[in-house]
Design a binder for this molecule. Structure first.
Ligand SMILES: *Cc1c(COP(=O)(O)O)cnc(C)c1O
Length: 416
C-alpha cells in the first residue's frame, strides 16, 4: 500500500495557531458519534452553551459554536447583521482588521475605516470620535491582532456604541481563553472566539455569543428554508433576508434552541473536542489561565531579550498570547524558521503584508503555553540564529528563563 498509516512527526508548536491540542481533547475526539437529535447529544450541545457563557463571561442566552474555522464566526455575525448599504466602521491595526473589511464589503456594507501603524493600537477616544462622526450601524474590530502581537483596549467603546445605538462586534479569536475579556461589562454585542488558539482544540469551529440587540436584528430578517419551514413561515415574504444560507444566524439559532431546526448537521467530533477544551479551561479557572499565559509570556520575553533580540511593537499594548520579534538585519527569517522546524521540531511563525520577513511571531497559547515549550523555542531559536549569521549572547536566553522560573543553581553563576 502506497499510503502508509497516518503518522505525524513530533512537534513543539509555538505559532499563534494552530497550537498543540491537549491530549484530553484528542481523546474526547475519538468518542463514538451520536445522532444529532439524540437527547444524549442535544444535552451535550446544551452543556457546551453553558460552558461558553462562562468562557465569555456573559449572561447572553445565545452562545454556541459555528461550524467552520474562526473566520466563520466573523462572517456569521456580519452576514446576519449587514444589509446592503449599511454603514460599518472598521478600525484596522493589522491583517485581521482587513479581513473584517473584506467580509463587510462582500455583504454590501458601506465600509468606513481608520488605520494605525502596525505594531500599535488606537486610543479608544479616537475610535469614539470616529463613531460619532460616521454614525455606523456596526463597529467591527479585532481585539487581539495576531499579525502584530497587539491588543486593542475595548472597555470604553462599547458603552458609547450602546448610547449611539451602534452594534459592537469583536474578533477575539486569538485572545479568548488567554486574556481577560468581559463581554457584558464591556457592552460587546457580538463576539467571536477561536478554538485552535488559546483553547487548544483543533481548528474547525468558531464559538460565538451575542445579545438580544443582535437577536432583534436577525429575527427581522429571518427566512426559514422551504423544506423545513412551518406553513406560516412558508407564506412570509422577506425582502431583507440574510444573504447566506450557511451563515444565517436566525436559522442556526433555531438549531441550538429548543426548536432544533435541522439547519445543518452539527460537527459531532469537533463538539466533543470543544466540550473537553472548555472543561479544561473551567477546571483551570479563567483567572489562573490568564495568569499562566502572562507568566510564560514574561519568561519568553526575558529569554529573547537576554539573547540580544528586540520585541516588535508598542509594549504598552502587547498581546500576552503572541510575542513578535524583530528579525535582525541581514538575517533570512524563513531560513531560521526552517532550521528550527527541521532540526528541533519547533515551529514558529512569520507574519503578513508589511511585516512579512520583518518579524517572527511566537505564540504562547493554551496547552502550548508551558515551561518546556518556552525552553524549546529559546534553545532552537538561538542555535538557528548562530547558524544563520547572527551572534546572540550565547546561552544567556535560556539562563534568563531559568532564572525567571527560579531554577536552582549549584555553582556560582556569573552576575548580570
Ligand atoms: C486566526 C485568526 C483568525 C482566522 O481564523 P481561521 O480559523 O484561520 O479562520 C481571525 N482573526 C484572528 C484575530 C485570528 O487570530
Amino acid at each position: 500500500m502506497k499510503f502508509k498509516q497516518l503518522q505525524t512527526p513530533s512537534r513543539t508548536i509555538m505559532t499563534p495557531g494552530p497550537v498543540e491540542v491537549d491530549p484530553r481533547v484528542l481523546q474526547a475526539m475519538s468518542t463514538p458519534i451520536l445522532g444529532q437529535f439524540d437527547p444524549a447529544f442535544t444535552n451535550i450541545m446544551n452543556e457546551v452553551m453553558e460552558m461558553l457563557r462562562l468562557l465569555f463571561q456573559t449572561k447572553n442566552q445565545w452562545a454556541f459554536p459555528i461550524d467552520g474555522t474562526s473566520r466563520s464566526g466573523n462572517e456569521v455575525l456580519l452576514a446576519s447583521c449587514i444589509e446592503p448599504g449599511d454603514k460599518v466602521l472598521v478600525p484596522i491595526f493589522g491583517r485581521f482588521g482587513h479581513l473584517l473589511v473584506e467580509i463587510c464589503e462582500r455583504y454590501g456594507a458601506e465600509v468606513h475605516t481608520m488605520e494605525c501603524e502596525w505594531g500599535h493600537v488606537f486610543d479608544q477616544q479616537d475610535i469614539i470620535h470616529k463613531i460619532k462622526d460616521v454614525q455606523p450601524k456596526i463597529v467591527a474590530i479585532v481585539h487581539g491582532e495576531t499579525s502584530t502581537g497587539c491588543m486593542q483596549p475595548l472597555d470604553e467603546i462599547g458603552k458609547v456604541c450602546r448610547e449611539q445605538d451602534v452594534l459592537l462586534i469583536v474578533d477575539a479569536v486569538a485572545s479568548i481563553g488567554g486574556v481577560n475579556i468581559s463581554v457584558d461589562d464591556w457592552f460587546i454585542d457580538g463576539i467571536v472566539g477561536g478554538t485552535q488558539k488559546c483553547l487548544s482544540v483543533p481548528s474547525g469551529m468558531a464559538p460565538i455569543t451575542y445579545n438580544n440587540r443582535i437577536e432583534a436584528v436577525i429575527q427581522k430578517r429571518k427566512k426559514v428554508e422551504y423544506g423545513i419551514a412551518t406553513a406560516e413561515e412558508f407564506t412570509q415574504k422577506r425582502t431583507n433576508m440574510i444573504r447566506s444560507n450557511y451563515f444565517d444566524l436566525a436559522m442556526i439559532q433555531d438549531y441550538w434552541g429548543p426548536r432544533r431546526l435541522n439547519h445543518h448537521t452539527e460537527a459531532t467530533s469537533m463538539l466533543y473536542a470543544l466540550r473537553e477544551g472548555l472543561r479544561i479551561v473551567l477546571e483551570e479557572g479563567l483567572n489562573e489561565r490568564f495568569e499562566r499565559h502572562s507568566y510564560h509570556e514574561a519568561a519568553l520575553i526575558k529569554g529573547l531579550e537576554a539573547m540580544g533580540l528586540s520585541i516588535f511593537g508598542d509594549k504598552s499594548c502587547k498581546l500576552p498570547t503572541v510575542t513578535c520579534i524583530v528579525v535582525p538585519e541581514g538575517i533570512d527569517s524563513d531560513n531560521v524558521r526552517k532550521m528550527m522546524l527541521e532540526q528541533f521540531g519547533v515551529e514558529i511563525a512569520s507574519s503578513f503584508g508589511p511585516l512579512q520577513g520583518k518579524i517572527w511571531r511566537i505564540g504562547t497559547m493554551g496547552y502550548s503555553c508551558r515551561k518546556e515549550n518556552v525552553f524549546a523555542v529559546l534553545q532552537a531559536l538561538e542555535s538557528a540564529l548562530i547558524r544563520n549569521g547572527f551572534e546572540p549572547n550565547r546561552g544567556e536566553g535560556v539562563q534568563a528563563a531559568l532564572d525567571y522560573y527560579g531554577a536552582p543553581s549549584f555553582v556560582a553563576v556569573k552576575e548580570g
